[in-house]
Design a binder for this molecule. Structure first.
Ligand SMILES: [Fe+2]
Ligand SMILES: [Fe+2]
Length: 293
Protein backbone atom coordinates (compact mmCIF):
# COMPACT_ATOMS: atom_id res chain seq x y z
CA UNK A 1 0.00 0.00 0.00
CA UNK A 2 3.06 2.22 0.24
CA UNK A 3 2.37 5.44 -1.59
CA UNK A 4 5.69 5.39 -3.41
CA UNK A 5 4.81 7.64 -6.32
CA UNK A 6 3.00 10.26 -4.28
CA UNK A 7 4.88 13.47 -3.63
CA UNK A 8 5.08 14.65 -0.01
CA UNK A 9 2.07 16.67 1.11
CA UNK A 10 3.06 19.94 2.77
CA UNK A 11 0.40 22.00 4.54
CA UNK A 12 0.35 24.87 7.01
CA UNK A 13 -1.45 23.28 9.95
CA UNK A 14 -0.12 25.17 12.99
CA UNK A 15 -3.42 26.92 13.68
CA UNK A 16 -5.48 23.72 13.41
CA UNK A 17 -3.03 21.84 15.65
CA UNK A 18 -3.15 24.60 18.25
CA UNK A 19 -6.94 24.54 18.18
CA UNK A 20 -6.94 20.76 18.65
CA UNK A 21 -4.65 21.14 21.65
CA UNK A 22 -6.45 24.04 23.31
CA UNK A 23 -9.90 22.52 22.70
CA UNK A 24 -8.91 19.11 24.01
CA UNK A 25 -11.54 17.53 26.29
CA UNK A 26 -12.09 14.27 28.10
CA UNK A 27 -14.95 12.56 26.28
CA UNK A 28 -15.28 9.94 28.99
CA UNK A 29 -16.23 12.49 31.65
CA UNK A 30 -17.75 15.36 29.74
CA UNK A 31 -21.22 13.96 29.05
CA UNK A 32 -23.94 13.62 31.60
CA UNK A 33 -25.67 10.43 30.46
CA UNK A 34 -29.29 10.28 31.72
CA UNK A 35 -30.71 6.89 32.74
CA UNK A 36 -33.22 7.09 29.92
CA UNK A 37 -34.61 9.56 27.43
CA UNK A 38 -37.91 11.23 28.18
CA UNK A 39 -40.70 9.57 26.21
CA UNK A 40 -42.37 11.56 23.44
CA UNK A 41 -39.29 13.58 22.44
CA UNK A 42 -37.70 13.24 18.98
CA UNK A 43 -34.11 11.94 19.04
CA UNK A 44 -33.35 13.46 15.68
CA UNK A 45 -34.68 16.72 14.24
CA UNK A 46 -37.96 15.92 12.51
CA UNK A 47 -36.96 18.05 9.54
CA UNK A 48 -33.87 15.84 9.04
CA UNK A 49 -35.63 12.48 8.93
CA UNK A 50 -35.67 10.71 5.57
CA UNK A 51 -39.42 11.15 5.17
CA UNK A 52 -39.52 14.87 6.05
CA UNK A 53 -41.50 16.95 3.56
CA UNK A 54 -43.26 13.96 1.98
CA UNK A 55 -46.81 12.61 2.34
CA UNK A 56 -45.21 9.42 3.76
CA UNK A 57 -44.35 11.39 6.91
CA UNK A 58 -47.88 12.82 7.24
CA UNK A 59 -49.37 9.35 6.92
CA UNK A 60 -47.56 8.13 10.05
CA UNK A 61 -49.16 8.25 13.49
CA UNK A 62 -47.45 10.61 15.94
CA UNK A 63 -46.09 7.57 17.71
CA UNK A 64 -44.54 6.22 14.49
CA UNK A 65 -43.03 9.65 13.76
CA UNK A 66 -41.31 9.72 17.13
CA UNK A 67 -40.16 6.12 16.70
CA UNK A 68 -38.74 7.01 13.29
CA UNK A 69 -36.70 9.90 14.77
CA UNK A 70 -35.41 7.47 17.36
CA UNK A 71 -34.31 4.75 14.92
CA UNK A 72 -32.97 7.20 12.38
CA UNK A 73 -30.86 8.79 15.13
CA UNK A 74 -29.51 5.31 15.90
CA UNK A 75 -28.89 4.77 12.19
CA UNK A 76 -27.16 8.14 11.84
CA UNK A 77 -24.86 7.48 14.79
CA UNK A 78 -24.23 3.90 13.57
CA UNK A 79 -23.22 5.25 10.15
CA UNK A 80 -20.78 7.52 11.92
CA UNK A 81 -19.25 4.60 13.78
CA UNK A 82 -18.83 2.41 10.68
CA UNK A 83 -17.69 5.31 8.54
CA UNK A 84 -15.14 6.51 11.07
CA UNK A 85 -13.73 3.05 11.68
CA UNK A 86 -13.19 2.28 8.01
CA UNK A 87 -11.72 5.66 7.14
CA UNK A 88 -9.64 5.98 10.28
CA UNK A 89 -7.99 2.63 9.59
CA UNK A 90 -6.81 4.05 6.24
CA UNK A 91 -5.29 7.04 8.01
CA UNK A 92 -3.57 4.86 10.61
CA UNK A 93 -1.85 2.95 7.80
CA UNK A 94 -0.41 6.18 6.39
CA UNK A 95 0.61 8.10 9.47
CA UNK A 96 4.34 7.35 9.23
CA UNK A 97 4.70 7.34 5.48
CA UNK A 98 7.08 9.81 3.91
CA UNK A 99 4.23 11.39 1.91
CA UNK A 100 2.50 12.42 5.13
CA UNK A 101 5.46 13.28 7.36
CA UNK A 102 4.54 16.95 7.36
CA UNK A 103 0.89 16.33 8.34
CA UNK A 104 1.56 13.46 10.71
CA UNK A 105 1.11 15.65 13.80
CA UNK A 106 -2.38 16.64 12.72
CA UNK A 107 -3.23 13.04 11.78
CA UNK A 108 -2.44 12.03 15.36
CA UNK A 109 -5.08 14.50 16.57
CA UNK A 110 -7.49 13.27 13.92
CA UNK A 111 -7.13 9.61 14.92
CA UNK A 112 -7.41 10.38 18.64
CA UNK A 113 -10.52 12.47 18.15
CA UNK A 114 -12.20 9.98 15.84
CA UNK A 115 -11.61 7.20 18.33
CA UNK A 116 -13.43 9.29 20.92
CA UNK A 117 -16.28 10.05 18.53
CA UNK A 118 -16.79 6.32 17.95
CA UNK A 119 -16.97 5.87 21.69
CA UNK A 120 -19.63 8.48 22.40
CA UNK A 121 -21.76 7.59 19.38
CA UNK A 122 -21.73 3.94 20.42
CA UNK A 123 -22.58 4.89 24.01
CA UNK A 124 -25.68 6.70 22.84
CA UNK A 125 -26.79 3.85 20.56
CA UNK A 126 -26.19 1.09 23.09
CA UNK A 127 -27.54 2.88 26.16
CA UNK A 128 -30.76 4.16 24.62
CA UNK A 129 -31.32 2.07 21.48
CA UNK A 130 -29.79 -1.19 22.71
CA UNK A 131 -27.94 -1.72 19.41
CA UNK A 132 -26.00 -0.42 16.47
CA UNK A 133 -27.27 -0.97 12.96
CA UNK A 134 -24.82 -2.90 10.77
CA UNK A 135 -23.91 -1.31 7.45
CA UNK A 136 -26.63 -1.98 4.84
CA UNK A 137 -25.40 -5.09 2.99
CA UNK A 138 -26.70 -4.01 -0.43
CA UNK A 139 -24.97 -0.62 -0.41
CA UNK A 140 -21.35 -0.42 -1.51
CA UNK A 141 -19.27 2.53 -2.60
CA UNK A 142 -17.82 2.16 -6.13
CA UNK A 143 -14.52 0.35 -6.50
CA UNK A 144 -11.41 2.48 -7.11
CA UNK A 145 -9.62 -0.19 -9.18
CA UNK A 146 -9.87 1.84 -12.40
CA UNK A 147 -8.03 4.81 -10.85
CA UNK A 148 -4.32 5.64 -10.78
CA UNK A 149 -2.35 5.26 -7.55
CA UNK A 150 -2.37 8.97 -6.80
CA UNK A 151 -6.10 9.24 -7.56
CA UNK A 152 -6.81 6.33 -5.21
CA UNK A 153 -4.79 8.10 -2.58
CA UNK A 154 -6.81 11.26 -3.10
CA UNK A 155 -10.05 9.30 -2.90
CA UNK A 156 -9.16 8.06 0.61
CA UNK A 157 -9.13 11.63 1.87
CA UNK A 158 -12.02 12.71 -0.37
CA UNK A 159 -14.24 10.03 1.13
CA UNK A 160 -13.34 11.17 4.63
CA UNK A 161 -14.06 14.77 3.68
CA UNK A 162 -17.39 14.06 1.99
CA UNK A 163 -18.53 11.87 4.84
CA UNK A 164 -17.55 14.50 7.41
CA UNK A 165 -19.22 17.34 5.53
CA UNK A 166 -22.52 15.45 5.21
CA UNK A 167 -22.49 14.45 8.86
CA UNK A 168 -21.64 17.98 9.86
CA UNK A 169 -24.73 19.34 8.11
CA UNK A 170 -26.82 17.21 10.47
CA UNK A 171 -24.69 17.88 13.54
CA UNK A 172 -24.78 21.65 13.08
CA UNK A 173 -28.56 21.65 12.85
CA UNK A 174 -29.17 19.29 15.76
CA UNK A 175 -26.65 21.01 18.04
CA UNK A 176 -29.16 23.82 18.56
CA UNK A 177 -32.50 22.03 18.08
CA UNK A 178 -34.33 22.70 21.34
CA UNK A 179 -36.91 19.98 20.67
CA UNK A 180 -34.21 17.29 21.15
CA UNK A 181 -33.18 15.73 24.46
CA UNK A 182 -30.17 17.47 25.97
CA UNK A 183 -27.82 14.49 25.51
CA UNK A 184 -28.63 14.22 21.77
CA UNK A 185 -28.00 17.92 21.33
CA UNK A 186 -24.71 17.71 23.21
CA UNK A 187 -23.34 14.83 21.16
CA UNK A 188 -24.12 16.67 17.96
CA UNK A 189 -22.61 19.89 19.31
CA UNK A 190 -19.34 18.33 20.49
CA UNK A 191 -18.92 16.41 17.27
CA UNK A 192 -19.59 19.53 15.21
CA UNK A 193 -16.81 21.36 17.07
CA UNK A 194 -14.14 18.76 16.30
CA UNK A 195 -15.32 18.25 12.75
CA UNK A 196 -14.90 21.88 11.78
CA UNK A 197 -11.12 21.30 12.10
CA UNK A 198 -11.27 17.98 10.26
CA UNK A 199 -13.19 19.54 7.37
CA UNK A 200 -10.69 22.40 7.12
CA UNK A 201 -7.82 19.90 7.00
CA UNK A 202 -9.71 17.59 4.63
CA UNK A 203 -10.23 20.35 2.10
CA UNK A 204 -6.56 21.33 2.20
CA UNK A 205 -5.21 17.82 1.68
CA UNK A 206 -7.83 17.12 -0.98
CA UNK A 207 -6.67 20.13 -3.04
CA UNK A 208 -3.01 19.10 -2.74
CA UNK A 209 -3.60 15.53 -3.85
CA UNK A 210 -5.94 16.61 -6.63
CA UNK A 211 -3.16 18.83 -7.98
CA UNK A 212 -0.97 15.74 -8.22
CA UNK A 213 -3.73 13.82 -10.03
CA UNK A 214 -4.20 16.63 -12.59
CA UNK A 215 -0.47 17.02 -13.09
CA UNK A 216 0.05 13.33 -13.82
CA UNK A 217 -2.92 13.03 -16.20
CA UNK A 218 -5.49 15.82 -16.73
CA UNK A 219 -7.81 13.29 -18.39
CA UNK A 220 -8.26 11.52 -15.09
CA UNK A 221 -9.90 14.58 -13.53
CA UNK A 222 -13.40 13.95 -14.98
CA UNK A 223 -13.11 10.27 -14.01
CA UNK A 224 -12.42 11.35 -10.44
CA UNK A 225 -15.32 13.84 -10.60
CA UNK A 226 -17.66 11.03 -11.57
CA UNK A 227 -16.43 8.87 -8.72
CA UNK A 228 -17.02 11.70 -6.26
CA UNK A 229 -20.54 12.44 -7.53
CA UNK A 230 -21.41 8.75 -7.15
CA UNK A 231 -19.95 8.78 -3.68
CA UNK A 232 -22.19 11.69 -2.71
CA UNK A 233 -25.22 9.74 -3.90
CA UNK A 234 -24.06 6.58 -2.14
CA UNK A 235 -23.59 8.48 1.12
CA UNK A 236 -27.09 9.96 0.96
CA UNK A 237 -28.47 6.47 0.30
CA UNK A 238 -27.00 5.13 3.55
CA UNK A 239 -29.24 7.46 5.55
CA UNK A 240 -32.30 5.58 4.25
CA UNK A 241 -32.25 2.35 6.19
CA UNK A 242 -35.17 -0.09 5.77
CA UNK A 243 -34.30 -1.60 9.16
CA UNK A 244 -35.06 1.76 10.81
CA UNK A 245 -38.45 1.92 9.06
CA UNK A 246 -39.25 -1.60 10.23
CA UNK A 247 -38.21 -0.81 13.80
CA UNK A 248 -40.48 2.24 13.73
CA UNK A 249 -43.38 -0.07 12.86
CA UNK A 250 -43.74 1.14 9.28
CA UNK A 251 -44.72 -1.57 6.76
CA UNK A 252 -43.21 -2.16 3.29
CA UNK A 253 -39.82 -0.80 4.30
CA UNK A 254 -38.04 -1.53 1.01
CA UNK A 255 -40.75 0.03 -1.16
CA UNK A 256 -40.90 3.00 1.20
CA UNK A 257 -37.14 3.49 0.88
CA UNK A 258 -37.41 3.58 -2.91
CA UNK A 259 -40.36 5.98 -2.88
CA UNK A 260 -38.74 8.28 -0.37
CA UNK A 261 -35.38 8.44 -2.19
CA UNK A 262 -37.08 9.47 -5.42
CA UNK A 263 -39.54 11.98 -3.94
CA UNK A 264 -39.01 15.56 -5.21
CA UNK A 265 -39.03 16.96 -1.67
CA UNK A 266 -36.23 14.57 -0.75
CA UNK A 267 -34.19 15.34 -3.86
CA UNK A 268 -34.45 18.98 -2.86
CA UNK A 269 -33.38 18.06 0.69
CA UNK A 270 -30.37 16.10 -0.64
CA UNK A 271 -29.33 19.12 -2.70
CA UNK A 272 -29.41 21.21 0.46
CA UNK A 273 -27.27 18.70 2.38
CA UNK A 274 -24.75 18.48 -0.48
CA UNK A 275 -24.75 22.15 -1.50
CA UNK A 276 -21.63 23.20 0.37
CA UNK A 277 -19.62 20.15 -0.73
CA UNK A 278 -20.69 20.45 -4.37
CA UNK A 279 -19.67 24.10 -4.37
CA UNK A 280 -16.26 23.15 -3.03
CA UNK A 281 -15.83 20.33 -5.58
CA UNK A 282 -16.81 22.67 -8.42
CA UNK A 283 -14.35 25.28 -7.22
CA UNK A 284 -11.67 22.59 -7.06
CA UNK A 285 -12.37 21.55 -10.67
CA UNK A 286 -14.12 18.22 -9.98
CA UNK A 287 -17.77 19.32 -9.89
CA UNK A 288 -20.57 17.53 -11.73
CA UNK A 289 -20.12 19.75 -14.81
CA UNK A 290 -16.75 18.19 -15.73
CA UNK A 291 -18.09 14.63 -15.88
CA UNK A 292 -17.79 13.27 -19.42
CA UNK A 293 -20.96 11.59 -20.65
FE1 LIG B 1 -15.83 12.41 13.96
FE1 LIG C 1 -13.80 13.86 11.77
Amino acid sequence: MAATTIEPVVLELDRLEQMAESGYYNPYTMFDWPESIEPGMPWMSESLTTLAGTPMWDELTREQQIELTKYEAINFFSLNIHGIRELMSEVVMRIHERTYANVSEFLHHFIGEENEHMWFFAQFCLRYGGKLYPAQPTLKADSVDHLSEVAREMIVFARILIFEEIVDYYNAHMATDQTLPHIAREINRVHHQDESRHVAFGRMIFVKLLEQVAKRDPDEVPVVAEYLENYLQYSIGTLYNPAAYRDAGIPDALALRRRALAHPARIEAHDQVLKRTRKFLTKSGVGREVIKS
